[in-house]
Design a protein around this ligand. Structure first.
Ligand code: NAP
Length: 345
């Protein structure tokens, strides 16, 4: 697993969101590569079982620090970032409110960046963003969505608080790069799946009105197995010569939404109804107009921008990930799906 690196195992690496779905896998990946000078940032209320189970597998991990705090506190960020060479920033806000998402994604990141530049030994800031920052609203259906595609300019109209937080977070990182010399890499994972996340992505469909509405049809899913995604994140933290680069993270093999749903149903069948895209688009347009006329009395949860982003469909590429990071998915989809589906049994 050895790879040319901007840091040595003696340099300190901070992982935020280290107890989370992807964070635990990134932690394990770093440990497996022989990086033990790690600081795991968690909240006082965070569940630590998964994280501790991973640490227990590596005797050399006995000195890994677990620092409890909240990234909304500047003082906690200072404790987190002191003497750190690389930050792998996974913590994020999944709040439904725009204020909540802004706080936990953008404000938290600003606090961390300030502390990193003040007290760290900054070599790289790895910001884990999301496909939610893209807008395919003006793109043809099934057009290639890569790192050069337009970003969402109207997250409010899309009613996407999470995407709004991620856009603000990315903007901050780029601004700190331009104005204060921060070296950064941004990763935008697509649909991350794996054990520990049992809900199906909204790209496949939504569980609403008491049953599952399948909306993804034959759309290609931007899927990446959690360990493959974590591997890309760790490579982005280590690899020389990739500062200022943005990477979409999707695996080589990508199933359609229909195939993914069928595989899920093999473990336990459930009732679902397929809604064709033109019908959904029409419904979303109606909902959006009605919501506008009612001046927000009906929240615009369905709207044309969201419809395009989640169910319009695109094709995807991981060419840049392969070329610049030397990444390739270590876990093949057939094995990844077995690991994913085992959690339902
Ligand atoms: N999962 C996906 O499908 C996906 C796709 C694309 C991008 N991403 C990105 O990948 C990253 C990790 O996602 P995940 O799925 O692993 O999420 P997750 O399991 O919910 O982990 C999020 C982590 O952030 C921490 N956190 C949130 N607010 C914080 C704060 N104010 N201070 C300190 N820690 C805070 C949480 O702590 P607690 O445990 O205490 O809540 C948790 O450890 C996120 O940046 C997300 O946007 C995820």
């Amino acid at each position: 697993m050895s790879v040319e690196s901007i840091v040595t195992p003696a340099d300190k690496i901070l992982i935020t969101g280290s107890n989370g779905f992807i964070g635990t896998r990134a932690l394990e990946n770093l440990l497996a590569r022989g990086f033990f000078n790690l600081r795991c940032f968690v909240r006082p209320s965070s569940k630590l079982e998964k994280l501790q189970k991973i640490l227990a597998q590596f005797p050399a991990a006995k000195n890994v620090e677990i620092v409890a705090g909240d990234l909304l506190s500047r003082e906690d960020c200072r404790r987190a970032a002191k003497d750190v060479a690389v930050i792998v920033h996974l913590a994020a806000g999944f709040d439904k409110s725009f204020a909540g998402a802004f706080m936990n994604s953008a404000l938290a990141t600003r606090n961390l960046l300030d502390a990193f530049l003040e007290l760290g030994k900054p070599r790289r800031f790895v910001n884990v963003s999301s496909f939610a920052v893209y807008s395919n609203f003006k793109m043809e259906r099934h057009a290639l969505l890569d790192e050069n595609c337009p970003l969402e300019t109207e997250p409010q109209a899309r009613n996407d608080a999470y995407g709004f937080g991620k856009l603000k977070q990315e903007q901050l990182v780029r601004d700190y790069g331009a104005q204060r010399g921060l070296k950064w890499v941004i990763l935008r994972p697509g649909m991350v799946y794996g054990p520990g996340k049992s809900d199906l992505s909204g790209r496949i469909g939504i569980n609403t009105f008491g049953f599952f509405i399948h909306l993804g049809g034959r759309n290609e899913m931007p899927m990446t197995f959690v360990d493959n995604c974590a591997d890309a994140i760790v490579l982005a933290a280590l690899k020389p010569g990739v500062d200022g680069e943005i990477f979409n993270v999707v695996d080589d093999e990508r199933w359609t939404s229909k195939e993914f749903l069928a595989a899920r149903k093999e473990t336990k069948n459930f009732f679902s109804v397929w809604l064709p895209y033109p019908l959904m688009k029409f419904g979303c347009g109606l909902w959006e107009n009605f919501s506008k006329k009612r001046h927000g009395q009906l929240p615009p949860v369905f709207n044309r921008r969201r419809c395009a982003a989640e169910w319009g469909g695109n094709t995807f590429s991981n060419e840049k990930l392969h070329k610049l990071l030397g990444w390739s998915p270590k876990i093949k989809t057939v094995d990844a799906m077995k690991l994913f589906l085992a959690q339902y049994k």
